[in-house]
Design a protein around this ligand. Structure first.
Ligand code: GDP
Length: 334
């Protein structure tokens, strides 16, 4: 429902964002911030293959996004018409737990710099990527968008979640106060080619792919799995996420954020069993309950996005196979 609370700049009864609304053009200058990351890389490839001809990227050495003046100088020169905020400091449960300062501060700095500069230098549309960890630890499952800020967060990733919540709110504030078409998407746990396989900082899926692969290689009888194996997680292939992001950029112009997921979840035990099957590891699983489980369940309610007409295309098993092939090819080329 459209309310005048969100759109005080629009006369009552008119559409929000009326002045700046227009469809994306293939010639638009689109800055994909974070193009070397898992999500940003996939979004860049998706936009490129859809025919967007003026994609802008910058490495960290070229423009450090945590430095406000560097970001502003870049925006002043390039004046992108569309901005995708896929740049973030991300990590798995251990990294989030070990480095709360960095996860809070770096993410706030990066997103504030990008969103503020996008407005100040005239970007017409911005897509901010959040995360499913923004929701309360004990949110109803599947989690609807309306569960935001209805309860306490999961402590292991609270700093990251708070930064992401601030990002959503900043986009909504620019929409409400200045009528800007700044939208947000909340992806569930992502995986795919280009993921981080460092066991200290990675998310669970790449970590277990690597552990199971190495256990098989060494001929180990067991593979170590953190926690009890009972938490449930939803996994979305990053190419599906990228497709959803293009869909939203092209079709969605509301400040209310949108969940992006595949609609089903598995236990960590089921995930590792699937990985063992794909890798061909026949040993036992050793659950290490001295390691944290994190939030018990994180399944997004994706009915809003599916009602808009978007569907995921890659099954978990196919996605794991494809990611494992990519991982093996990368190992072979090193
Ligand atoms: P989360 O979804 O934000 O909690 O973060 P992760 O992607 O790191 O997933 C964490 C879940 O997977 C927790 O229940 C962990 O106990 C479990 N897990 C099992 N083995 C591993 C592992 O080797 N690495 C990571 N990161 N998590 C693991």
């Amino acid at each position: 429902m459209i309310t005048d609370y969100y759109f005080p700049h629009c006369p009552l009864g008119t559409l929000p964002l009326c002045a700046s609304l227009r469809r994306l053009k293939k010639s638009d200058t689109i800055f994909v911030a974070g193009h070397r990351g898992l999500a940003g890389g996939a979004i860049f490839r998706e936009l490129q293959s859809a025919g967007y001809a003026n994609l802008l990227t910058r490495t960290r050495a070229e423009v450090d996004l945590s430095q406000r003046e560097k970001v502003r100088a870049f925006f002043e020169k390039e004046r992108p018409q569309v901005v995708v905020v896929a740049a973030a400091k991300v990590g798995g449960i251990k990294a989030n737990n070990d480095f709360p300062v960095e996860f809070l501060l770096e993410n706030l700095n990066i997103q504030n710099n990008l969103i503020e500069a996008a407005y100040d230098f005239g970007a017409e549309k911005l897509l901010f990527l959040g995360s499913s960890c923004i929701y309360p630890k004990f949110a109803p499952q599947p989690i609807p968008e309306s569960a935001l800020l209805t309860g306490a967060l999961e402590p292991t990733n609270e700093p990251y979640a708070l930064a992401k919540i601030a990002g959503i709110k900043l986009c909504q504030a620019y929409a409400r106060e200045y009528g800007r078409n700044f939208i947000s998407a909340m992806p569930t746990n992502l995986y795919g080619p280009g993921d981080n396989f460092d066991l200290n900082t990675s998310h669970v899926l790449p970590a277990l792919l690597r552990k199971v692969h190495e256990a098989k290689d060494r001929g180990d009888a067991t593979v170590s799995v953190w926690g009890t194996g009972t938490p449930r997680r939803e996994f979305l292939h990053v190419e599906d996420l990228a497709h959803a992001c293009r869909f939203l950029l092209e079709n969605y112009d509301q400040p209310e954020f949108v969940n992006v997921g595949c609609g089903s979840d598995v236990t960590i035990r089921e995930l590792v069993e699937l990985i063992c099957e794909v890798v061909g590891f026949k040993g036992e699983l050793a659950f290490d309950s001295t390691k944290p489980d994190g939030t018990p369940r994180k399944l997004l309610d994706t009915s809003k996005l599916t009602q808009l007409g978007w569907r995921p295309r890659i099954s978990l098993k196919d996605g794991i196979r494809q990611t494992y092939n990519w991982y093996c090819q990368r190992l072979a080329s090193q």
